[in-house]
Design a protein around this ligand. Structure first.
Ligand SMILES: NC(=O)C1=CN([C@@H]2O[C@H](COP(=O)(O)OP(=O)(O)OC[C@H]3O[C@@H](n4cnc5c(N)ncnc54)[C@H](O)[C@@H]3O)[C@@H](O)[C@H]2O)[C@@H](O)CC1
Ligand SMILES: [K+]
Length: 223
């Protein structure tokens, strides 16, 4: 079994690499997003339409990078964003702005996600290792829908790729914070593919992780 790193160890590795001046956060995000776009094009070679769901942090930042790389490869890409642009971390804001100069950014709502039926690929860039509690409100409704609430799992799962971690899954425990035992559809998508960075995290390999991750690809981002 190759070595696993926890979310905290990953953050420490990223911080050390940035503090050493070897790499910037923006370059790490570029490598991460580019790696996800490469994995998507390899997994869905005939696809040409993607919808990227971006959350309020750097996982969303990766999503904006993925959108730009797929668009540059000739894909038709729509981006749905949940959050306050003014509160995006700097690297995510920079990539939001780069994307916004080439494509639209629409609000991430359940209605907007349901309209994406024609997309070949749905990119989950809502939460990564920064998830700290159960998602609530519109995000919870979106994540339950992506989990197949109402019977759409067989339709949605083959299209879903998670950036770093399926949103709603704890990257260390592999649990879904706040998921009740009797819950039919957890607020966390079942994905065909998950693309993570540097090393797999414990949550990819234990508890509910494997079923929600699908095929796991680990991309080197030069840490
Ligand atoms: N330089 C870096 O830090 C890099 C980070 N990367 C990406 O950044 C991700 C981590 O980014 P962040 O630490 O910003 O966190 P996330 O983007 O995973 O989460 C976004 C934000 O959501 C908020 N949040 C947490 N749980 C929530 C909930 N239940 N409801 C609503 N909001 C909630 C938190 O404030 C968190 O900052 C990684 O998973 C990876 O995808 C990669 O780009 C590699 C480089
Ligand atoms: K994610």
């Amino acid at each position: 079994m190759t070595e696993l790193v926890t979310a905290e160890e990953m953050r420490a590795l990223e911080r050390a690499a940035m503090d050493s001046g070897r790499v910037t956060g923006l370059e790490l995000m570029e490598r991460a997003g580019r790696g996800v776009a490469e994995a998507i094009r390899a997994h869905w070679p005939d696809a040409r339409r993607a919808v990227v769901l971006c959350g309020p942090g750097n996982n969303g930042g990766d999503g904006f990078v993925v959108a730009r790389h797929l668009s540059d490869a000739g894909w038709q890409v729509d981006v749905l964003f949940h959050g306050d642009v003014r509160r995006l971390p700097p690297d995510a804001l920079a990539n939001h702005d780069r994307w916004a100069a080439m494509g639209a950014v629409e609000p991430l709502t359940l209605r907007a996600v349901k309209r994406t039926g024609a997309a070949d690929v749905l990119v989950d860039a809502i939460f990564g290792i920064g998830l700290s509690r159960r998602a609530s409100g519109e995000l919870e409704r979106v994540l339950c829908h992506l989990a197949g609430y109402g019977g759409d799992r067989a339709f949605l799962q083959p299209k879903l790729v998670a950036v770093d971690v399926p949103s709603g899954l704890d990257a260390d425990s592999g649990e879904i914070p706040g998921k009740g035992a009797l819950e039919w559809a957890p607020p966390c998508p079942f994905c065909a593919l998950t693309v993570t960075f540097h090393r797999a995290k414990p949550g990819h390999c234990r508890a509910e992780g494997p079923e929600h991750c699908g095929k796991l690809i680990v991309k080197d981002i030069g840490l």
